[in-house]
Write a protein that binds this ligand. Structure first.
Ligand code: ADP
Ligand code: ADP
Ligand code: MG
Length: 460
């Protein structure tokens, strides 16, 4: 049993992990940058260590400082959360070699899925379709043109190391392909320190559907159903739900198929711990593998709400070497859950980040409502990190009840001092197409462009 765990992250996910540790009677160590000294995770943990200045390259990404903090505090394990070093196999290896358990997949499994091009090849070997595209990375614009000619426009140029919706470009013709190829490469180099890009067919009117998986050290892997994350802006998720309305109504037979495909990919990588296999589904029910997120995901709570399984607790137990307690047949989906990512952004100002001090803060409650956040009245959101300040998750007996509850809970949520996405998400809860469950990843752009509905003005 772990006695002490270091949380190598900040914000709501650090709070989420500390809570799971407390319930397991495990002591916790928080790490923080200079601007995060007053952050909630620092106050909640048993011990806290400052690891450097605000810039994440000087703090949350510093493996040497994290390992020193772990050694000084004598922890048994490190939980990396999401983002930062969570998918860095070198960090996992360093932990392993220092005799500190890494709460996540083994470095071997991470290496088997090291980047998106490698993962595409692995999926193909496991018999799962990927969007038509290049074999591996594309090394020059001539090869890019050859691939595009073969698969046909529109195509996407994607960074092999990309994440968080960044590092991708669409091209509709040769001219935009050549331009996009070079900008994607330099952007990828700047953001991810890796200029590798590949090309895949742009799937029209796509639905983002992903499968939560869990694996133990004995090679057993199960899946916990799907999440629909098609409500995105600029390829970044804004609202997620489980089950997916597309699989509930239109393609009922797909759920089982995609679930099994996800498990096959995970097995091929000898995957351990929690992970997510992402797919894109078109309007004809064709599904294509996108990537594996080798970590806990932002939207994990919707799966927790419909399966009744605590995923972070499970991650810790699996990392301790415990076997899976569930077989595939034990997994039952009950009711419907929705999550809204509450971002400190201005929906009336092109979603520009809105850092600053939260003046008033009142969060919703009542039946079926959960808020995962590090925010509180008086908290100052630093401009340095991403703008998500919390997640509002609701559960209902069915989708309609969940939407009505989300609408009510968003209405109750009061945050003043900074701008937030709350009013925007409330308007989506009232949109007839969203309510009917008929939407793809084009939804948000159509919604914003259509101007059929007034955004609900915030009560500030
Ligand atoms: P999820 O599917 O869990 O929502 P996202 O792709 O939105 O995952 O990323 C979750 C967090 O991790 C975000 O804060 C995002 O900015 C960050 N992130 C994801 N991938 C990377 C990456 N390759 N490099 C840097 N940050 C990343
Ligand atoms: P990230 O690592 O940033 O999460 P993904 O490969 O998972 O990148 O893609 C993020 C989103 O971008 C998807 O959910 C989808 O909306 C869009 N996308 C990615 N690839 C394609 C594609 N081939 N066709 C259409 N949309 C795509
Ligand atoms: Mg993704």
């Amino acid at each position: 049993m772990f006695e002490k765990v270091l949380v190598a992250n900040r914000g709501e996910i650090a709070v989420r992990i500390i809570r799971a540790c407390k319930e397991l009677n495990i002591r916790t160590v928080a790490v923080y940058s200079e601007v995060d000294a007053n952050s909630m995770h620092v106050q909640m943990a048993d011990e806290a260590i400052c690891i450097g200045p605000a810039a994440s390259s000087d703090s949350y990404l510093r493996i040497d400082r994290l390992i020193s903090a772990a050694e000084i505090t004598d922890v048994d394990a490190i939980h990396p959360g999401y983002g930062f070093l969570s998918e860095n196999s070198h960090f996992a290896e360093v932990c392993e070699s220092c005799n500190i358990r890494f709460i996540g997949p083994s470095s071997r499994a991470m290496n088997a899925l090291s980047d998106k091009a490698v993962s595409r090849a692995l999926a193909k070997k496991a018999g799962v379709e990927t969007p038509p595209g290049s074999e591996g990375t594309v090394e020059n614009e001539k090869d890019a043109l050859v691939v595009a000619k073969k698969i046909g426009y529109p195509v996407m140029i994607k960074a092999v190391a990309g994440g968080g919706g960044r590092g991708m470009r669409i091209a509709h013709n040769d001219v935009s392909l050549v331009k996009g190829y070079h900008t994607a490469r330099s952007e990828a180099e700047k953001c991810f320190g890796n200029s590798g890009v590949y090309i895949e067919k742009f799937i029209e009117n796509p639905h983002h559907i992903e499968i939560q998986i869990l694996g133990d050290n004995k090679g057993r892997i199960i899946h916990l159903g799907e999440r629909d994350c098609s409500v995105q802006r600029r390829n970044q998720k804004l609202i997620e739900e489980s089950p997916s309305p597309l699989l509930e109504h239109k393609f009922r037979k797909l759920r089982d198929k995609i679930g099994k495909a996800a498990v096959r990919i995970a097995e091929a990588a000898r995957y351990t711990n929690a992970g997510t296999v992402e797919f894109i589904v078109d309007d004809n029910g064709n599904y294509y593998f996108l990537e594996v997120n080798k970590r806990i995901q932002v939207e994990h709570p919707v799966t927790e709400e419909v399966t009744g399984i605590d995923l972070v607790r499970y991650q810790i137990e699996l990392a301790m070497g415990e076997p899976l307690r569930h077989s595939q047949g034990d997994i039952e989906i009950k009711g419907h859950a929705i999550e809204c990512r509450i971002n400190a952004e201005d929906p009336f100002g092109d979603f520009r980040p809105s850092p600053g001090r939260i003046e008033m803060y009142y969060q919703p409650g009542g039946r079926g409502v959960r808020v995962d956040t590090h925010a509180y009245a008086g908290y100052s959101i630093p401009p340095t990190y991403d703008s998500m300040i919390g997640k509002l998750i609701v559960k209902g007996a069915d989708r309609r009840e969940a939407i009505d509850r989300m609408n009510r809970a968003l209405n109750e949520f009061m945050i003043t001092g900074v701008k937030t996405t709350i009013g925007f998400q409330q308007a989506i809860m009232q949109d007839p197409n969203f309510r009917r469950g008929v939407y793809s990843t084009n939804f948000v752009e159509q919604f914003l462009g259509g101007a059929r509905y007034e955004l609900i003005e915030e009560k500030t």
